[in-house]
Design a protein around this ligand. Structure first.
Ligand code: DOR
Ligand code: ZN
Ligand code: ZN
Ligand code: ZN
Length: 357
């Protein structure tokens, strides 16, 4: 491929630790092809998919089906995660004992495992089998009592289990000062914990935005805690939590927003332009570190391996237009927002997977 990259900046392609495509069961929101196109348009060449599909992904066979379809489309590599309890029933762990070694990540994905003994057994199994638990401890909005307290307890419990069993734990969409403090403490105590924040929890505050998303948009104080966490290195990665929904489903109150295509622009504008953080740190958060967490580092970043790159324009402002997104859904609260850091082209394995018009 010959590209005139005059004036653009070339970066390693992005790796998304947390993404919801909707196959099987909810393909009217997103399918593997539209999800792949959206990811490529956002500069991603690898995404890690959550299992809240229909049926829930509780088996290696279902995960392999999704990964195979994505490979056939060829625009974006995927890992499909598997549920911690079968069909998110909160108790059955039988499937974990027979998972093949290809399954490296399991998650409760917003369906918290309330029973401590069940979660402890899950962590113990994961240590033996070298599986990483991805925790959505902050998706407890449905809790019948004080949900913020319920979330903090879930966060602390999971960090505690990680320390006790030395199980690799990845905390998804960390969005509060309290959760980040708990994670920092767990890291200091030697727990193998990593964590991600989302672009929308860095960009929006709850005094100006009431878009429905899980975890909810938080206070300005929480946002400044996340940015401090990025500066000090407590935050490992930025992940999109790309959550496509139809207009009808949003009207019914479903939580989530699409995020693949706006992630780099939002983060570059907020963190580099406004907060003065170096571009190298953003690359670390969106590419290098997520690749390491997913165990891809050698495949992606060393000389002689896959040529996965993204070309970005850091100088020309552009306006987000939700109708122009490649995702099947347009639940995008950034519509009309002006950003820097437009993705101009994505190259995966030396092939062009996206080029802006
Ligand atoms: O807002 C959200 N929507 N947060 C999640 O973690 C799940 C997601 C979805 O699947 O729609
Ligand atoms: Zn979640
Ligand atoms: Zn999610
Ligand atoms: Zn539309």
């Amino acid at each position: 491929v010959v590209l005139d990259a005059g004036g653009l900046t070339i970066l390693p392609a992005f790796v998304d630790l947390h993404c919801h495509w909707r196959t099987p069961g909810f393909e009217y929101k997103e399918d593997i092809e539209t999800g792949s196109r959206a990811a490529a348009a956002g500069g991603y060449t690898f995404v890690n998919l959550m299992p809240n599909t229909k049926p829930v992904c509780s088996s290696a066979a279902q995960a392999a089906m999704v990964e195979q379809k994505a490979a056939e489309i060829g625009l974006c590599d995927v890992n499909q995660t598997v549920s911690i309890t079968e069909n998110f029933d909160g108790k059955t762990l039988d499937h974990l004992k027979t998972l093949p070694a290809t399954v490296k990540f399991i998650t409760e994905d917003g369906h918290g495992v309330q029973d401590n003994a069940t979660m402890a057994r899950a962590f113990a199994i994961c240590t033996q089998r070298d599986i990483t638990v991805m925790s959505h401890a902050e998706d407890m909005e449905i809790s019948p009592w004080d949900y913020r307290l319920a979330e903090d307890i879930e966060t602390v419990r999971n960090c505690w289990l990680s320390e006790y069993y030395q199980t690799k734990l990845h905390m998804c969409h960390v969005s509060t000062r309290g959760a980040l403090d708990a994670i920092q403490m767990a890291k200091l105590r030697g727990a193998p914990v990593t964590c991600e924040v989302t672009p929308h929890h860095l960009w929006f505050t709850n005094d100006t935005c009431d878009y429905r998303v899980n975890p909810p948009i938080r206070t300005a104080d929480d946002v400044s805690a996340l940015i401090d966490g990025i500066r000090t290195g407590v935050v490992d990665a930025i992940a999109t939590d790309h959550a496509p929904h139809s207009e009808e489903d949003k009207l019914k109150g479903m939580a989530g927003m699409v995020g693949s295509e706006t992630a780099f622009g939002v983060c570059y504008t907020k963190l580099c332009k406004e907060e003065g953080l170096p571009l190298e740190l953003l690359v670390h958060l969106m590419s290098t570190r997520p690749a390491e967490i997913l165990g891809l580092a050698k495949g992606r970043l060393e000389p002689g391996c896959d040529a996965d790159f993204v070309l970005v324009d850091l100088d020309t402002p552009y306006t987000v237009e939700k109708e122009k997104l490649h995702s099947k859904s347009h639940n995008c609260p950034y519509d009309g927002v002006q950003l820097y850091g437009k993705v101009c082209a994505t190259i995966k394995g030396g092939e062009l997977t996206y080029q802006a018009d």
